[in-house]
Design a protein around this ligand. Structure first.
Ligand code: UTP
Length: 303
């Protein structure tokens, strides 16, 4: 264990929600895409629940121009609570108060959505000189496969930064950030030597996709400040990670990847979002039986 790794515990989670969400327009015209319901909860609530389960109950949202819905969701709604109380609907009352009781929530504004790297840089004042986690609402991780907990273990053991990797079909690698990796001989952990954002299939250095969970060393902030706009004119977190991967460990460098083979639901584009909603609803004891029966009949009649 490096000295740097040993003395710093991860306590804070950063959840960027300031993107334009153009793929979901017009639904995202007046609310962030992270507020889109996945079955009956906004995507961002699953992400906050995951952070809390991993021991991170200080959550900073990076918000954009449409932050109102987000703030209201994680705040109390006394009027609604009163109505449910009068009706004696304790079950829904618990659901409604759950979001506001989850964690200590903070907000910081990203004036212009200049990219995920820029969004993370907005967290610097709140995070300070501590390692921290970043969770994206585009990826939902099944609570039965707590990869963030594993990533925090790797950070505690090795220091540096830790990213989450999943093997994907090579043909789809150009949808993701893609790392060059070296095996460590220790099961699910690899050393990341380089990264490319959305590479052409022929240029992809591996078949691993970077998934939206990161444990970052605070050294990332200085790197991000020096990162020029990259692909799509945006300040890319991937570009900063690439620099970190090549920096010495005693300066906060070093990037490891945890190879995740568990259940992940992709909510980033419309088709995968719809698939995720159906998959998750099918697994729910309250909705699954009815939905599965209908789905089988529906699928049988598809042309
Ligand atoms: P995406 O690129 O998937 O989000 O960013 P987007 O730009 O909102 O979506 P599309 O492509 O237009 O449909 C990944 C995550 O980073 C956040 C987004 O909110 C999302 O959670 N993000 C992105 C920011 O917070 N700020 C940015 O400037 C860019």
């Amino acid at each position: 264990m490096t000295q740097r790794a040993g003395r710093q515990v991860v306590r804070k989670a950063v959840v960027p929600a300031a993107g334009f969400g153009t793929r979901f327009l017009p639904a995202t015209k007046a609310m962030p895409k992270e507020m889109l319901p996945v079955v009956d909860k906004p995507a961002i609530q699953y992400v906050v629940e995951e952070a809390v389960v991993a021991g991170l109950d200080d959550v900073l949202f990076i918000t954009g121009r449409n932050k109102r819905a987000l703030e209201d969701h994680f705040d109390r709604n006394f009027e609604l609570e009163e109505v449910l109380r009068i009706k004696g609907d304790d079950e829904r009352l618990t659901m409604v108060t759950a979001a506001s009781d989850l964690a200590r929530i903070h907000y910081v504004r990203q004036g212009e959505p200049l990219g995920l790297g820029h969004a993370v840089l907005m967290a610097e004042n709140h995070v300070g000189d501590e390692p921290f986690a970043v969770l994206l609402g585009d990826d939902l991780i099944d609570p039965r496969d707590p990869v963030l907990v594993r990533m925090l273990q790797v950070r505690a053991e090795c220091g540096g930064s830790v990213i989450c990797l999943m093997a994907v079909p090579r043909a789809s690698i150009s949808l993701y950030g893609c790392p060059a990796v070296v095996e460590t001989g220790s099961g699910d952990v690899v050393i990341v030597t380089d990264l490319i954002e959305k590479p052409d299939v022929a240029e992809a250095p591996s078949s691993f996709a970077v998934i939206g969970r990161y444990v970052l060393d605070p050294a990332v902030f200085e790197v991000l400040r020096a990162t020029k706009p990259g692909r799509g004119g945006e300040i890319q977190l991937t570009d900063a990670l690439r620099v970190l991967a090549q920096m010495p460990e005693d300066a906060g460098g070093g990037v490891r990847g945890v190879v995740f083979g568990g259940r992940r639901y992709d909510t980033g584009d419309r088709v995968s979002y719809l698939q995720s909603v159906i998959q998750m609803a099918c697994e729910r004891p309250d909705l699954g039986p009815e939905l599965r029966t209908w789905l089988k009949e529906f699928a049988a009649e598809l042309p």
